[in-house]
Design a protein around this ligand. Structure first.
Ligand code: AP5
Length: 215
C-alpha cells in the first residue's frame, strides 16, 4: 500500500500516519521530520533547509526530490509507505509519479485530511514537544503532569519555531498557494480521497483505515 497524506499544517498527518503505519506494518516517511533531524545534526541538507523552515516557506523542490529519490534507491520504501508532507508542490508530485513509474510502481491513494483554519491555529499554538525523547503534548487537551515538563524524562518542553503565530500564518498561505494545487493533480488521476479530520483521534484513524482498506 503506497499512500500520500495531504492536508494543511496541523491537520494531523503525522499523528495519524504514525498510528496507521504501525497498524499496517508500512513505513512512515515524513519529509518534515527528516529535515528537522538534518537541522538538529547540522547536515548539509539541514543547513540548506533551516532558513526556509523557520520562515514557513517550502524548501526548494530539488533538495526534497533528491531526498526522496535517495530513499527509493535504498529500498526503504519497498514494502509500502505513507508519505507525510511530500509531495507539496505540483513539480514534486510529478517527480514522484515519474520516479515511481521507473520502478513500475505508483501511489495507490492520496488522502486529504480536511480541517478548518481555526482548528489548525488552535492545534499549532498548543503544540509542545520534548527535545530529548520527542514525546508530543498539546495544550489543553494533552497536558503533561507538570506544566512545561516532559512526563517521561523531566526535560523542559519546547515549541517548534515554525509554530509561532506569524510563521503559522505564512505556512497556511504557502499551503493554499503552493500545495493545494496537488489536490487537483490527484483528483484528476482519480486517486484523491477526502476524510474529515476534526474530532477524536481514534474516530479519525478509523475513518482513514476504512478509506485505505476500501477497494
Ligand atoms: P512538516 O513538518 O511536514 O509540517 P506540516 O505539514 O506543516 O506538518 P505539521 O507537523 O505541523 O502538521 P501535521 O499535519 O503533521 O499535524 P500533526 O499530526 O503534527 O514540514 C515543516 C517544514 O519543512 C515546512 O514548512 C517546509 O519548510 C519543510 N518541508 C517539509 N516537507 C517539504 C516538502 N515536501 N517540500 C518543501 N518543504 C518541505 O498535529 C499537529 C498538532 O495537532 C499535534 O500537537 C497533534 O497532537 C494535534 N492533533 C492532531 N490531531 C488532532 C485531533 N484530531 N484533535 C486535536 N489535536 C490533534
Amino acid at each position: 500500500m503506497n499512500l500520500v497524506f495531504l492536508g494543511p499544517p496541523g491537520s494531523g498527518k503525522g499523528t495519524q500516519a504514525k498510528v496507521i503505519c504501525k497498524e499496517l506494518g508500512i513505513l512512515h516517511l515524513s519529509t518534515g521530520d527528516l529535515l528537522r533531524e538534518g537541522v538538529k545534526n547540522g547536515t548539509d541538507l539541514g543547513t540548506q533547509a533551516k532558513k526556509y523552515m523557520e520562515a514557513g516557506e517550502l524548501v526548494p523542490d530539488k533538495l526534497i526530490v533528491d531526498l526522496i529519490e535517495e530513499k527509493l534507491a535504498s529500498g526503504a520504501l519497498n514494502n509500502g509507505y505513507i508519505l507525510d508532507g511530500f509531495p507539496r508542490t505540483v513539480p514534486q508530485a510529478e517527480a514522484l509519479r515519474d520516479m515511481l513509474a521507473k520502478n513500475k510502481s505508483q501511489i495507490d491513494k492520496a488522502i486529504l485530511l480536511d480541517v478548518s483554519n481555526d482548528e489548525v491555529i488552535k492545534r499549532l499554538s498548543g503544540r509542545f514537544f520534548c527535545p530529548n525523547c520527542s514525546s508530543g503534548y498539546n495544550y489543553p487537551a494533552q497536558m503533561p503532569k507538570q506544566e512545561g515538563i516532559c512526563d517521561n524524562d523531566g526535560v523542559e518542553l519546547q515549541r517548534r519555531p515554525d509554530d509561532e503565530e506569524d510563521v503559522v500564518k505564512n505556512r497556511l498561505e504557502v499551503y493554499i498557494m503552493q500545495t493545494s494545487p496537488i489536490i487537483d493533480f490527484y483528483r484528476q488521476a482519480s486517486l484523491l480521497f477526502e476524510v474529515p479530520a476534526e474530532g477524536a483521534l481514534k474516530e479519525i484513524t478509523n475513518a482513514l483505515l476504512k478509506v485505505i482498506k476500501e477497494d
